[in-house]
Ligand binder design. Structure first.
Ligand SMILES: NC(=O)c1ccc[n+]([C@@H]2O[C@H](COP(=O)([O-])OP(=O)(O)OC[C@H]3O[C@@H](n4cnc5c(N)ncnc54)[C@H](O)[C@@H]3O)[C@@H](O)[C@H]2O)c1
Length: 303
């Protein structure tokens, strides 16, 4: 059976995600973009990465009705590039996500939806509310990227390979209040806390990773594309994957009416479990602050 992965927004992140899907021989890919030429161009470029053994194809369009039959929809659309903060174009992005939610509800109401666009948690929340989809089928992908960055900085700080690091996790907002969870991390079997004095520098580095990157290139694309691809691959391949992702919460971690990064398991049906991890007092109070920040953004939107 041929499945359909649709990617709404074929800019840097959308095209990079499509490239990974196609070059790894996953199912059919549809790129939907505001400007048709961009979708057609990226699809044509990526088409030459289809492996000879693959039976799948890629195409581009600006017509949302082609979403019909999508099994997964990934949203990487963005009205404008932010420069100072991920919430910069929040009103416009919320308007955009509501519009996209209406179209996905109309054309592929059974799809699992992966939200990648920023501000990530706010858009995950509004997509779920607007579509009325089960909260377990609307998944914001970002905390796993932040976790990759956390692992990177631990590895750089201690000059150890990433393979020696276990249980690194970043929770909360995909933004300035994100919470790297140090208390559970071990390196080579030893607690991270026995190897570092302070968490501040690593925390700041993880939070500011995107700003550091922008000193050298316009914005990130490959890390998020790989993290998104891994989730698509797990869903379509009926494999379970455990990672932190943004989900609308109904009591988990003591939170309601907010979406934020929490540890989840994902399978072919979407989120199968929201996992409870142990946090120390500092981490718990930082996570509470982070959820409050996201909730205030949500409340600030003129609906
Ligand atoms: N979740 C994460 O960790 C993470 C990481 C990197 C980037 N991002 C976010 O991903 C989004 C995409 O980033 P990018 O660098 O690829 O941006 P980009 O500007 O390169 O691409 C965005 C594309 O969306 C298209 N678009 C705009 N409105 C649309 C609509 N209504 N329907 C269809 N297409 C539409 C634009 O034409 C453009 O081609 C941004 O919101 C960015 O902040 C998230």
């Amino acid at each position: 059976m041929i499945l359909l992965i649709s990617i709404v927004g074929s800019g840097r992140v959308g095209a990079s995600t499509a490239f990974l899907c196609v070059s790894n021989g996953l199912d059919d890919v549809l790129l939907v973009n505001r400007s048709k030429e961009k979708a057609l161009g990226e699809a044509l470029d990526i088409a030459s990465a289809i492996p000879a053994h693959s039976k799948f194809s890629i195409r581009g369009t600006d017509d949302y009705s082609e979403l019909v039959g999508s099994d997964i929809v990934v949203i990487t659309a963005s009205v404008e590039v932010y420069t100072k903060d991920r919430t910069e174009n929040m009103d416009l992005q919320v308007k955009m996500i509501k519009d996209i939610a209406n179209k996905i509800k109309q054309y592929c109401p059974s799809a699992i939806v992966l939200i990648v666009s920023n501000p990530l948690d706010v858009l995950t929340y509004f997509f779920q509310k607007q579509s009325g989809f089960s909260r377990f089928r609307v998944i914001g992908i970002a905390s796993s990227l932040d976790t990759s960055r956390f692992r990177y900085y631990i590895s750089e700080t201690l000059s150890v390979p990433q393979s020696s690091i276990s249980n690194a996790l970043v929770l909360g907002e995909h933004g300035d209040s994100m919470v790297p969870v140090f208390s559970g991390v071990s390196v080579g079997g030893n607690p991270l806390f026995s190897m570092i004095d302070r968490r501040d520098t690593i925390t700041e580095n993880v939070r500011n990773y995107w700003k550091t990157l922008r000193n050298f290139k316009s914005r990130s694309q490959f890390g998020i594309a790989k993290n998104t691809f891994d989730v698509i691959d797990a869903i379509l391949g009926k494999k379970e994957i455990a990672l932190p992702a943004s989900v609308v919460l109904e009591g988990e971690y003591g939170e309601n009416d907010v979406a934020m990064g929490v540890p989840v398991k994902i399978n072919q049906n979407g989120v199968s479990e929201i996992q409870k991890v142990k946090l120390d007092d500092t981490e718990s109070s930082s996570l509470k602050k982070s959820s409050e920040i996201i909730r205030n953004y949500i409340k600030s939107i003129h609906q």
